[in-house]
Design a protein around this ligand. Structure first.
Ligand code: AMP
Length: 561
């Protein structure tokens, strides 16, 4: 059994290493060192996860609760803890500092512990699992108690990583790429096999333990599984229809429905629905569940589609209304009546126990059409196979007239690539391109807006350094009602406050429109947006989907042309 202290020792070395080759080496050493039981846990931990992305289990601890637990464990007032966060800018360093102080001033539980009794990796994981499972009345107190237990049983270094794990932000610079290469190195299997295994299972922990126990052969047996959602295939922007045809030749064009993405899993009479962030939303959409059950003529299937809320005027209702349906846990039937949904299916990844993702889109489409019987709520919409730009333009105009976003232009010969944004799926929308940026800060307002957070600081992502880089603020396009909603949404993610400024844990994405991108020395990215305006809150998108610095650079260059 490996101690959590050993895990932290290696994390510290990784944190202090800059080159990704060296980092891969250390991560692979860590993977070789631990037992098969510990390996999946450690794989997720280094990436700052407790559970795999697809899992229903969620720790759900915000910085607020963490700081509260730190205050109780250290005996320091919450205000003092918040001050330390402001100084250090990191919950890990805060925990080390706060609890280090306490040991001089007050006797903690750890003083009574035999120093040879060390926390094990499994024990830390089990505590987090208990935190995840604490629900209902008294759950906050019980979560804080579990955290307090961990803090009081840990050494200074461990305390820092426990705090970071609690908010799932390890800050050691290890992402999927390094983990993939480290698994390959540790267990002597090809990188491509690890990549494939991850694509199909969406679970690096499972891939790691499979590689360790059964090598390449076992990895090649990994496949899609009902109940374990895979990452969705993503689309790139195309400037115009002609360019798309030039790139792809004959294309498959479909309406780009203005709604929200869902992944549907069916096994006999069991239906599960997952959002774009792979949260299980089955309970919130009973109408879609029963319509899907009737529509699918297969024992098992995994499908991809977009749910749309059509208003009385026959046009799609705002995206935020659909998200209200997704988030609803109680009085679901009420929302079913008020915001009726329909589902447009456009892809199929699995049918009757067989994966279809390697088949070309055109073949998958045949299976899709053959296995769905359209009904009032569920349908497979039209797809046009052509290289005639006029025909595609007509389809584009029709989609816009119906109030949808535009069209998707797909490569009919392409496989389904989970989690990939490439040239095989292109999107054409009329409005100026928007950016999906993550909110990293905000300011408390003035006058009647004093109790609302506004003026949101935005950042793009730099994969090279694994950091979020600021690109300015957005304060326009936000209604009073939205301000109240956003303030509630962000409250849980506040890391620290100084005067009217608030630092927010990167978690929620804004889709932002703007007039122009300018060079700027005022922001970390080196760019600023002219006249930014909030288009919508993209709480359907995950942190991985934040636009990159490279995309900003590309947009800057194209606009200058
Ligand atoms: P975006 O959200 O701007 O990145 O555009 C891609 C999104 O369009 C997908 O994630 C889907 O939610 C949505 N979409 C609507 N209709 C389709 C379609 N026919 N094929 C694929 N995606 C679609």
């Amino acid at each position: 059994m490996t101690s959590f202290r050993e895990f932290c020792r290696i994390c510290k070395i990784i944190e202090e290493t800059t080159g990704s080759l060296d980092m891969t080496g250390f991560v692979s050493e860590l993977f070789s060192l631990v037992t098969s039981e510990e390996l999946p846990i450690v794989t997720h931990f280094v990436m700052g996860e407790i559970f795999p992305a697809w899992s229903d289990e969620e720790v759900g601890l915000g910085p607020g609760l963490l700081l509260n637990a730190l205050s109780r464990s250290s005996g320091l007032p919450l205000k003092e803890i918040e001050k330390i966060v402001r100084e250090t800018g990191d919950v890990g360093k805060t925990a080390v500092k706060a609890l280090g102080k306490a040991s001089k001033e007050q006797v903690t539980f750890s003083s009574f512990l035999d120093s040879s009794v060390e926390l094990s990796i499994i024990e830390v994981f089990e505590r987090f699992r208990n935190i995840a499972h604490a629900t209902g009345k008294g759950s906050q107190t019980s979560r804080i108690k579990h955290l307090q237990y961990l803090f009081s049983s840990a050494s200074a270094e461990e305390v820092g990583y426990i705090a970071r794990l609690a908010i799932e932000d390890m800050r050691i610079g290890v992402g999927e790429g390094i983990v993939r290469d480290a698994i390959a190195k540790a267990f002597n299997v090809p990188v491509a096999s690890v990549e494939r295994g991850y694509m199909l299972t969406n679970d690096m922990g499972l891939v790691a333990v499979t590689a360790k126990e059964g090598g390449n052969e076992a990895l090649s047996d990994l496949g899609l599984q009902i109940g374990r959602p895979i990452k969705l295939m993503l689309a790139q922007v195309t400037p115009d229809i002609e360019t798309a045809i030039k790139d792809l030749g004959v294309v498959a064009a479909e309406w780009k429905f203005d709604g929200a993405r869902v992944q549907i899993h069916k096994k006999n009479d069991d239906i599960s629905l997952y959002s774009r962030r792979l949260e299980n939303i089955t309970g919130s959409l009973p109408d879609i569940v029963s319509a899907v059950k009737k529509a699918i003529k297969a024992d098992s299937a995994i499908l991809d589609g977009e749910v749309v809320a059509i208003g009385e005027d026959g046009r799609p209702r705002p995206f935020q209304e659909i998200l209200k349906r997704f988030r609803r846990k109680y009085n679901v039937q009420d929302k079913v009546r008020h915001i009726p949904l329909t589902l447009n299916l456009f892809d199929i990844m699995y049918l009757n126990d067989e994966s279809l993702i390697e088949l070309p889109l055109q073949e998958r489409r045949k299976f899709l059409v053959a296995s769905i019987e359209n009904n009032d709520l569920v349908r497979v919409d039209e797809q046009l196979i052509t290289s005639d730009s006029l025909q595609i333009n007509n389809m584009y105009e029709q989609a816009l007239q119906a109030g949808h976003e535009g069209i998707m232009i797909k490569n009919p010969g392409s496989p389904y690539s989970p989690g990939k944004r490439g040239k095989n799926w292109l999107k054409k929308k009329p409005i100026m391109e928007t950016l999906d940026l993550v909110v990293i800060g905000a300011e408390w307002g003035y006058g009647r807006r004093t109790s609302f957070l506004g003026s949101y600081a935005l950042a793009c992502y730099d994969p090279e350094t694994g950091r979020f880089l600021s690109v300015g603020k957005v304060a326009t396009g936000i209604s009073d009602e939205q301000l109240a909603e956003l303030t509630e949404l962000f409250r849980e993610h506040i890391i620290s406050e100084s005067g009217i400024s608030v630092e927010i844990r990167p978690h929620i994405l804004f889709e932002v429109a703007f007039e122009e991108i300018q060079k700027s020395i005022n922001y970390g990215s080196g760019y600023a947006l002219r006249f930014p305006r909030l288009v919508r809150i993209r709480d359907d998108k995950s942190l991985e989907e934040v636009d990159t610095l490279e995309r900003l650079e590309d947009m800057y260059r194209t606009q200058r042309k």
